[in-house]
Design a protein around this ligand. Structure first.
Ligand code: CU
Length: 139
């Protein structure tokens, strides 16, 4: 015959096991953290103001992606300052950044920023004459 004490002890042990299981599940890393990266859209040459990027400056977090979408034709996205390519990124495919390869309305180009800093860029065809420039600040 089991005593009340033995039954109580068994119940306490069971509660302890359940509590441990709940804590173990609760301590697992949140899977959602891996999917916090965001994609930001910049319009290249919006039809209302076609010699600009909109927004011209953007602040994002490390790991985020910027997607440039052409609203009008004949523009580039070329990283660098003073209208000089620094070869960090460029439309349409990150190659031959110093050459001028324009894209047309409907085109898209995207770049994922993995390091913090400020990343200026320009449109190679409208930089010198119209100061068509933008920048991405990565926190
Ligand atoms: Cu342009």
């Amino acid at each position: 015959m089991r005593s009340i004490t033995a039954i109580t002890g068994s119940l306490l042990a069971l509660v302890g096991l359940l509590a441990t299981a709940v804590i173990a599940v609760g301590l697992r890393p949140w899977p959602a953290l891996a999917s916090c990266a965001t994609t930001h859209t910049v319009t290249v040459g919006p039809s209302s103001n076609p010699l600009t990027f909109s927004p011209a400056s953007l602040t994002i977090k490390r790991g985020d992606t910027v997607k440039w979408v052409w609203d009008t034709s004949g523009h580039t996205v070329t990283s660098g300052t003073s209208c000089t390519a620094d070869m960090k990124f460029c439309s349409p495919n990150d190659t031959n950044c110093a050459s001028v390869t324009t894209s047309n309305a409907g085109a898209m180009y995207q770049h994922t920023f993995t390091t913090a800093g400020t990343f200026p860029y320009f449109c190679a065809t409208h930089c010198a004459s119209f100061n068509m420039v933008g920048s991405v600040t990565v926190q």
